[in-house]
Design a protein around this ligand. Sequence first.
Ligand code: NAG
Ligand code: NAG
Ligand code: NAG
Length: 326
Amino acid sequence: MLSTKCKVFILALCVSVVCVVLNRETYSGLSQTLLEYTSPPLDSRVCACQKCLSEESDPWFTKNFNQSVQPFLTKKYSTPENAFNWWKRLQHDGSSFTSYTEVVDKLFEIIPDKDHNTQPRPDKCRSCAVVGNSRNLRGSHYGALIDSHDIIIRINRGPTQGYETDVGARTTHRVMYPESAMDLGNTTHLVLFPFKTMDLRWLVSVLTTGTFTMKSYTAVTAKIKANKDLVMVLSPAFIKYIHEVWLDNPAHTYPSTGFMTVVLSLHMCDEVSVFGFGVDRDGNWSHYFEELRNKNLKTGPHHGQDEYKVIQQLSDLHKIQMHKGW
Ligand SMILES: *[C@@H]1O[C@H](CO)[C@@H](O)[C@H](O)[C@H]1NC(C)=O
Ligand SMILES: *[C@@H]1O[C@H](CO)[C@@H](O)[C@H](O)[C@H]1NC(C)=O
Ligand SMILES: *[C@@H]1O[C@H](CO)[C@@H](O)[C@H](O)[C@H]1NC(C)=O
């Protein structure tokens, strides 16, 4: 029989060997085990991860990251009129503030009005995978790594079925807007990014009667499968914060869905890994789930260069970990 001391020594040896072989940052289960021996007492820490992205910050990050801006709409954190007036111009929404607040009230008759645990807690480590739709996921074999995170946020219609080896199978949150909507499993949070009052009207309808016909730049589905108890709606004031604070650019455009999802993850998570962003190995911008159609998929109406710089800076500061794929 080995003595306990000896077993501990062997275990420690194994762990360090594994750590050298694997990338320690990405195996949070293992980091958790190590954490018990190396971290200060729980009550002095912001979160239970080895490193919490909201602590020990550099001045640029601290200047931008404002934890008192609430990402999701609740009755308590309703939209201030000035934020509504900024937001309604994004897609030329002619609605009044009164009609907007009426739709929001109606929505909270259907979806729960709750705090979505967006603050870090000393007893929790919220590790997140933000999964974009870039073709650089093809052949990446990231599936198991992506699935090992607590929170897995996917964007628009990026499928998992048939692509599990590269993109994983679990989805805890799916970001969408009416024009990109799809059916969800019963345990997936629908995270609506609204760009106009009609988007909220659409949400009320798809979760209930399905009778609202939405006219938009593309066909919009009238009915989807989703668990209404898990619906979350990004706050227009949060979109304004992303645009004005993180991009700091008074241009007439607004941030891309992918960029907004990354900033949102800073507010929902203590560790962020980003997958499926950027170009593929040929330098083409395209999706992993379809053949290349459009070489200008890159920026749309958004400021791609500014967004790229911010994401690069977050990565340089180790606030997010970029996985560039193949
Ligand atoms: C952070 O956001 C809150 C709520 O929107 C705002 O009142 C406050 O001024 C912001 N803080 C900074 C430093 O910008
Ligand atoms: C979906 O989840 C809800 C709880 O959020 C539960 O009440 C319901 O029975 C589930 N439906 C199915 C089909 O599993
Ligand atoms: C990627 O871009 C290159 C150069 O623009 C092009 O030749 C190639 O066909 C593209 N790849 C695919 C898969 O279409």
